[in-house]
Design a protein around this ligand. Structure first.
Ligand code: DX5
Ligand code: ZN
Length: 233
């Protein structure tokens, strides 16, 4: 996994057919996905439940790109090893998930996995100011975590801009998660984001049997974002 600031589209399988993850992943990768975003929810840190490490291990062979695991769980430390062993390339934990963020990030990196930290909309950037040396990715939540298909929270654009300045030359990805579509993607891309997670906006109108919409959807989000950053293709 080499580092760059090009726009990367990361479809969230939260919006895929849960009975058909392998085929859905292959379809969105064929349609141009750069990363695959995997939302793990525990019905405790967030009010929804998805799947755990066994499912992550089962889908890993279907992912040819980057397996980006977003842990919406608390406590998190005791589970890091299981997701690392499941084959995650990136493991992102929430800053709000426990009192020991620094330890959590150290633990993720100890398994030779890229370490991400996610911030809920109400959490200030100061929560990560003193751990940036342990971080490979910051995920700015642009919805309250727990569900797909929610409305993008505009107040987070200023947070992305401030985060981009805070990161300066460090090789840290800025990921946006929640309500990303061709209208909101340019707003966060212009503010400095490079990884755009999108669930509903990628999977809408398509299926494994009719995957053409996946390609159109990914291309529209990418084109809108690249235009905003001046990186036209
Ligand atoms: C929300 C998840 C997101 C979600 C985004 O808790 O972390 O990854 O799937 O879904 P959309 O793109 O539909 O807002
Ligand atoms: Zn997510």
């Amino acid at each position: 996994m080499s580092f760059d600031r090009s726009i990367k589209i990361a479809p969230s399988i939260l919006a895929a057919d849960f009975a058909n993850f392998g085929a859905e992943i292959r379809a969105v990768e064929a349609a141009g996905a750069d990363w695959i975003h995997v939302d793990v929810m525990d019905n405790h840190f967030v009010p929804n439940l998805t799947f755990g490490p066994a499912m992550c291990a089962a889908i890993r062979p279907h992912i040819k790109t980057v397996m980006d695991v977003h842990l919406m769980i608390s406590p998190v430390d005791a589970s890091v090893e299981a997701y690392a062993k499941a084959g995650a390339d990136v493991i992102t934990a929430h800053a709000e998930a426990g009192p020991h963020l620094h330890r959590t990030l150290q633990l993720i990196r100890a398994f030779k996995v890229k370490a991400g930290v996610a911030l809920n909309p109400g959490t200030p950037l100061s929560a990560i100011a003193h751990v940036l040396d342990l971080v490979d990715l910051v995920c700015v939540m642009t919805v309250n975590p727990g569900f797909g298909g929610q409305k993008f929270i505009e107040s987070q654009i200023a947070k992305v801009r401030d985060l981009r300045a805070m990161i300066a030359e460090r090789p840290i990805h800025i990921e946006i998660d929640g309500g990303v579509d061709p209208v909101t993607a340019p707003l966060v891309a212009a503010a400095g984001a490079d990884v755009l997670v999108a669930g509903s906006a990628v999977f809408k109108g398509g299926s494994v049997a009719a995957p053409a919409a996946y390609g159109t959807n990914i291309a529209s989000i990418r084109a809108a974002a690249e235009q905003a950053t001046g990186r036209m293709v």
